[in-house]
Design a protein around this ligand. Structure first.
Ligand code: PMP
Length: 394
C-alpha cells in the first residue's frame, strides 16, 4: 500500500468533480466551468507565429532557456501590467510561470509553514484554496460586500492572529462572485497591510476584461511599501491551453520564486514562450481583447436579462462589469447542491457555492459562467434553471 504524506489528508477529491465531468456531455448546457470562448482563439495567427519562430529561431525555441523566462515575453507582460496601472516594472522584475495556478502553489510553498494563516475573501477561488491546502495553512475568511472585502473584519482578523503570511485577493471581477473592489477599499487594504506588516497576493486574471467603465488601478499600482505580489496570466485574454502566466513582486520575493521555479519545472516551455512573444509582436492583442469583451459583455447581458425574466424574485444575483462569472444567492433555507441535482435532470450545470469557502461554507449560493455558451443556450439554460428555482422557492 502507498504510504502517503500526512499533508495529503487535507486534499480531498473535489465533490464537484463528478458534476464537472457530467458537463463534458454535449447535451448539457454548462455554466459550470470557466472556459474562454474557443471560437475566438486566433488559431491561424498562432500557426503563423509558430512557423516564423521555427524557421528563424527553431534551435533556440527547442532548447532549455532561463528560469525567469524569455525576455521578449517578459516585456509583453510589462505591457499588460501597464494596462492595469503598474508603471515602473522592468523585465527583470518579472518571473514567467506555467499558468498563474503555478504561482498559487509557489506562494504557499514559499510562505506557509503548517498552521500559519492566510486571509482569503469569502467566497474565493476554489483552485487557490486547493493549491494552498497542500501546505497546511489555516484560513481566515473575510466577507465580501458589494464594494470588496469588509475592512473592519479584515482588521479584526489581522489584529487577532499572529502569523498571517499573506492576504489573497482577486480585486477585479472575482471568481466566483464577479465582484470588483472600489478604490476606497483598495487603498484601505493597502493601509491595513502596511499597518500589520502583511504581504498581499493580487491574483489578476480578469482586470482587463471590463465591459463598461474604466479599468481599475491594480493593487500593485497602489502599493506603497513593495508588499503587493502581482500575478497575471494570458489564459483569459488569449488562451489557457498555452499555460503562461507571470509574477511580479519585491526582489527578495522574486528570488524565492526563482528558486522554487527551478525545483518545480526549471522553466516554462521555451517553445511556447517564444511563439507567444512572436504572436504578440506581430498581432494586435488589444483588438483581440476588445473582441473578447464584446462577446462576453453581450453574453453576460443576455444571462442577466434572462435571469430577470425567469428567476423567482426571492433569488438575487450580481451583475458584473467584466470577467467570466456571476454569483447567485438563494433564500437561506435552500441548498444550491440540491438545486444542482435538479438542474442536471434538466440538463443544466453550475457550481454550487459551498465549494468556494475553505470552512463554514454558505450553501445558498451558486456560480454561473457566461463566457463559453452561445446566446441561445444561455437563454434556454436560464429558462430551465428558472423552472427549477421557481419550484424550489414554493
Ligand atoms: N486565479 C483565478 C482567480 C482563476 O480564476 C484562475 C483560472 N480559472 C487561475 C488563477 C488560474 O489560471 P491559469 O493557471 O490558467 O493562469
Amino acid at each position: 500500500m502507498p504510504k502517503f504524506a500526512k499533508r495529503m489528508d487535507n486534499l480531498k477529491a473535489s465533490e464537484i468533480r463528478e458534476l464537472l465531468a457530467l458537463t463534458a456531455d454535449p447535451s448539457i448546457i454548462s455554466f459550470a466551468g470557466g472556459l474562454p470562448a474557443a471560437e475566438l482563439f486566433p488559431i491561424d495567427k498562432w500557426i503563423e507565429a509558430e512557423n516564423k519562430v521555427m524557421k528563424e529561431n527553431g534551435a533556440a525555441a527547442l532548447q532549455y532557456g532561463p528560469t525567469d523566462g524569455y525576455k521578449r515575453l517578459r516585456e509583453h507582460c510589462i505591457t499588460r501590467m501597464n494596462k492595469v496601472g503598474v508603471k515602473n516594472v522592468e523585465a527583470d522584475d518579472i518571473q514567467v510561470l506555467s499558468g498563474s495556478q503555478q504561482g498559487l502553489d509557489f506562494m504557499a510553498r514559499i510562505f506557509i509553514d503548517p498552521g500559519d494563516y492566510i486571509v482569503v475573501e469569502s467566497p474565493t477561488y476554489l483552485g487557490a484554496l486547493n493549491a494552498f491546502k497542500a501546505y497546511e495553512p489555516k484560513f481566515l475568511q473575510v466577507p465580501l460586500d458589494e464594494d470588496g472585502m469588509v475592512l473592519e473584519d479584515l482588521e479584526n482578523a489581522l489584529k487577532n492572529n499572529d502569523n498571517v503570511k499573506f492576504i489573497y485577493v482577486i480585486s477585479d471581477f472575482q471568481n466566483p462572485s464577479g465582484k470588483t473592489w472600489t478604490m476606497e477599499r483598495r487603498k484601505g487594504l493597502i493601509e491595513l497591510a502596511n499597518k500589520y506588516d502583511v504581504m498581499i497576493l493580487e491574483d489578476n486574471p480578469y482586470g482587463e476584461l471590463r465591459f463598461e467603465g474604466e479599468i481599475q488601478p491594480s493593487l500593485r499600482s497602489l502599493d506603497t511599501e513593495d508588499r503587493v505580489i502581482f500575478m497575471g496570466t494570458f489564459s483569459k485574454i488569449f488562451s489557457p491551453g498555452i499555460r503562461v502566466g507571470w509574477f511580479n513582486a519585491a526582489k527578495e520575493v522574486l528570488e524565492k520564486f526563482n528558486m522554487v521555479k527551478q525545483g518545480a519545472d526549471l522553466q516554462t516551455s521555451t517553445t511556447t514562450q517564444m511563439i507567444l512573444a512572436q504572436f504578440l509582436d506581430d498581432n494586435d492583442l488589444e483588438a483581440h481583447i476588445d473582441s473578447i469583451i464584446e462577446v462576453y459583455g453581450k453574453r453576460k447581458n443576455i444571462m442577466v436579462e434572462a435571469m430577470k425574466k425567469y428567476f423567482p424574485k426571492e433569488v438575487t444575483f450580481t451583475n458584473p462589469e467584466g470577467g467570466l462569472f456571476l454569483w447567485v444567492t438563494l433564500p437561506e433555507h435552500l441548498n444550491a447542491r440540491d438545486i444542482a441535482v435538479k438542474a442536471i435532470e434538466k440538463k443544466v450545470a453550475f457550481v454550487p457555492g459551498g465549494a468556494f469557502y475553505p470552512d463554514s461554507p454558505e450553501e445558498n449560493h451558486f456560480r454561473l459562467n457566461y463566457s463559453c455558451m452561445s446566446e441561445e443556450k444561455i437563454e434556454e439554460g436560464i429558462k430551465r434553471l428558472g423552472e427549477v428555482l421557481t419550484e424550489a422557492v414554493k
